[in-house]
Design a protein around this ligand. Structure first.
Ligand SMILES: Nc1ncnc2c1ncn2[C@@H]1O[C@H](COP(=O)(O)OP(=O)(O)O)[C@@H](O)[C@H]1O
Ligand SMILES: [Mg+2]
Length: 464
């Protein structure tokens, strides 16, 4: 499924999924703690306020015990009454150490011991601040039997005695404050939005940084790989060049050795042919020997040319002139009937090459093109083109023949590979050798049934 995916995209998918999971998990746990910490903060605030007020209005342990007295009632009223002003406050009850309500905003409760959260009240008596969502009034319970009362949060805050000396103050009672959690919920909701936003942005930044890092590392690796491939290709080219050069030396040595006796065979058969005393049959045989000898000699001559390609004498030439000369030479040697068109370049480019060799390579291409489609025109063109970032010129020969198969394509430039009867299989190998000698490359393109294009690319500055 992921076959067509590039490594950066794959990395993006995987890392993004992981980061999303991470963000969600972090968000959920943080949201939980966040809610708790907001509630805790609110509770502590209530406790601090209650204690400050109790201290200011001199609420004492004896007031807590004799809560019915007028003085106690006054102090409670002044000490805890203002807390009713806290937004959303529904009910306030103050318990003494006997768990009796000593003051409440609803006077009817004074003297009673009512609380549904005995455990929380007890813990508050021991100095803990507690906050509970009232389960009896839970807003989640929307059943028809129970009237939908607003959810409330009840805070149990210890109230301490005024500090005397260095001893840590003792709890003298507990304030229970029941509030509508609407505002609190709003704060929590807003806080959660903020929390999710921060975690989300954090995740996005993390992803962006990771992705950028990956792309950087990946592209560096790609560049290294490319450089390695380039080096390998260059190395292979040098090996090929050396092979071709060595082969050229051997082949021309053999050709030289064969050439002299071959010339002897042709000459001697010509001499023998002129002898009036030989029979007609012998004459025919001599003619056949001569013909084969000449064919063999032609082949040897072509082999000899291979070695010429190994040596080069570069000089500055105009590419337009070079191509025109080659066409003229082709017409003189192969025949005038073949149409070879050439689209000259406007700016007559000068290039430093061995003109004999480049002409030879071009000649081989034109010859092959004519052999591929004898009655069709052959088009030569040259354009400036970059190859692996190096500027240069592409000289191409396009024919309208049958092209070549994929199998043939793999072996085209191999020395002695031919599909033609009487072919040497050296034309393209030599053309490639010549291109390489000039720091260039030879290429073959199949024009899918519409012919073939063979080209030679040469760098504009040749270091040969
Ligand atoms: N223009 C072309 N169209 C199709 N095939 C070609 C063309 N030029 C070369 N080839 C193929 O490449 C082979 C090798 O060509 P080359 O090296 O010039 O040797 P040769 O011409 O002696 O066969 C040819 O035998 C032929 O199969
Ligand atoms: Mg050929």
């Amino acid at each position: 499924m992921l076959n067509g995916t590039t490594p950066p995209r794959l990395f993006a998918i995987i890392s993004l999924s992981m980061i999303i999971v991470m963000v969600i998990v972090t968000g959920l746990t943080q949201a939980l703690f966040f809610r708790q910490s907001i509630i805790d903060r609110e509770s502590v605030m209530v406790m601090d306020m209650a204690n400050a007020l109790a201290l200011e209005h001199l609420v004492s342990v004896s007031n807590m015990e004799n809560y019915a007295g007028i003085e106690a009632t006054d102090r409670f009223e002044q000490g805890f009454g203002p807390l009713m002003q806290l937004s959303g406050t529904q009910q306030i009850r103050v318990f003494n150490r006997n768990f009796t309500i000593v003051w409440a905003n609803d006077p009817a409760l004074v003297g009673t011991k009512r609380t549904s959260h005995m455990n929380d009240l007890t813990r508050a008596m021991q100095g803990e601040v507690r906050a509970v969502f009232d389960s009896e009034q839970n807003s989640l319970d929307v059943s028809a039997q129970r009237p939908a009362t607003p959810e409330s949060i009840e805070i149990y805050a210890p109230i301490y005695q005024a500090k005397t000396g260095t001893a840590s103050p003792e709890v003298m009672g507990v304030l229970s404050l029941s509030r509508s959690p609407l505002e609190l919920n709003n704060t929590i909701r807003k806080g959660r939005y903020l929390l999710w936003m921060v975690i989300g942005i954090g995740g996005a930044l993390l992803f962006a940084a990771l992705y950028k890092l990956f792309v950087l590392v990946y592209s560096r690796q790609k560049i290294a790989e490319l450089q390695f491939t380039k080096l390998t290709t260059e190395h292979n080219q040098i090996v090929q060049l050396e092979k071709l050069s060595a082969m050229g030396e051997i082949v021309s040595e053999i050709a030289h050795q064969i050439n002299n006796p071959l010339v002897g065979v042709i000459n001697l058969s010509q001499v023998a042919e002129r002898d009036p005393e030989i029979s007609a049959k012998t004459r025919r045989l001599l003619t056949a020997i001569q013909k084969s000898g000449i064919e063999c000699s032609d082949f040897v001559q072509r082999l000899l040319r291979l070695n010429q390609a190994a040596r080069s004498e570069p000089q500055s030439v105009h590419l337009n002139d070079l191509v025109r000369d080659t066409i003229t030479f082709f017409h003189q040697t192969i025949g005038k009937n073949h149409t070879v068109t050439f689209t000259e370049s406007d700016d007559n480019v000068t290039i430093t090459v061995d003109p004999v060799l480049i002409r030879h390579a071009l000649f081989n291409f034109i010859h092959n093109a004519i052999l591929a489609a004898p009655d069709k025109p052959v088009a030569i063109a040259f354009v400036s083109e970059k190859h692996e970032g190096v500027s240069g010129y592409l000289l191409s020969v396009t024919d309208m023949g049958g092209g070549f198969s994929e199998e043939v394509a793999k072996r085209l430039f191999k020395p002695f590979f031919t599909t033609r009867l009487g072919g040497t299989g050296l034309g393209l190998a030599v053309a490639q050798l010549i291109a390489m000698k000039h720091g260039g490359v030879a290429r073959a393109e199949n024009l899918s049934g519409r012919g073939a294009r063979f080209s030679i690319w040469l760098p504009s500055v040749v270091n040969s």
